[in-house]
Design a protein around this ligand. Sequence first.
Ligand SMILES: Nc1ncnc2c1ncn2[C@@H]1O[C@H](COP(=O)(O)OP(=O)(O)OP(=O)(O)O)[C@@H](O)[C@H]1O
Length: 354
Amino acid sequence: MPIEIQNVQKNFGSFTALKDVNLIIPDGELVALLGPSGSGKTTLLRIIAGLEEASSGSVRFVGEGKSSSKIQNGEVGFVFQHYALFRHMTIAENIAFGLEVRPKSTRPSKQEIQEKVSKLLTLIQLEKFHNRYPHELSGGQRQRVALARALAIEPKFLLLDEPFGALDAKVRKELRNWLRRLHDEIHITSVFVTHDQEEALEVSDRIVILNQGQLEQVGSPDEVYNKPKSPFVFHFLGDVNLFHGRIEEGKTKIGNIALDSSEHENIKESDAVAYVRPYDVEIVREKEQGIAAEIQYIHSTGRNVRVELKRVDTGTLIESVLEQETYKYLNLLPGETVYLRIKKAKVYVEDFSI
Ligand SMILES: Nc1ncnc2c1ncn2[C@@H]1O[C@H](COP(=O)(O)OP(=O)(O)OP(=O)(O)O)[C@@H](O)[C@H]1O
């Protein structure tokens, strides 16, 4: 079932935490709410869940004519960052809990519950641990149990608030791959909050980027990463270098180089900023068609080499990321002057609208 969010606004006293949010969460998709701290992610999730009331606007679960305030208990499964499992219950008992506490009329039989729990244990790959207690599991395993417990009631929606936030980087990575595969299997409409760009890009079908209570961009990971609608999105999704220049009839001139900017061909003249990812800054030794820069530091990070440079003309610091092979071929040394070329850029006119 899709979720339709219309003109949602949320005020806390005189503070506006969400402003005019319009969004459709398509049926069966895994959608990430991504944004910096305080951007309104959790508030939006809580409003979708019906745990918080919007100051104005509506959330509709399309198809059944329901608004979120009327959503039935049991239609939504929650997983939070610290989802305390019941300590005195085994893993299997924890997963069964939501079914066991149902009124007799809707409660499945003992055998049905057992079968369901065993299916979920297989899904979270913890079959062998059904008799363990939560303290006998790792953090990542516990979060998988929390997810199974949320799924046991067969919710129509799954809402996750920083589900892997408390885990270390390696376990986080494993769990997010696992969540992606799980979602491919069960296709339940899911919304998860994260402030981790990589997590959102790797896991979700669609990313909703929030900034100061407003939607900045909504799109597939590929769209938001490769076609960021605003400088904010560009910045937020990864390291970036800024090159100030001027657009003149379809070209952006930066120092002595010119970039093709056909998207701005109707602009006769304007100040502009080119946003360039570090791996799109190429280092060459030939002077022609390059921006002169002095190498400041070189850090090898294993697979890649990160080179920090200082433009000779403006003194601006620039970061370039090279493959080890290119680095070896160029034989770079700190203090040397080299030349920069831009492989790919996104050019914004100076008033920051596109
Ligand atoms: N109950 C509340 N009373 C007053 N202000 C609140 C309340 N809840 C949230 N806010 C404010 O609303 C804004 C959005 O908060 P929210 O928790 O939605 O942000 P977030 O994007 O989830 O941030 P984080 O990543 O830090 O959890 C923040 O500035 C926060 O201080």
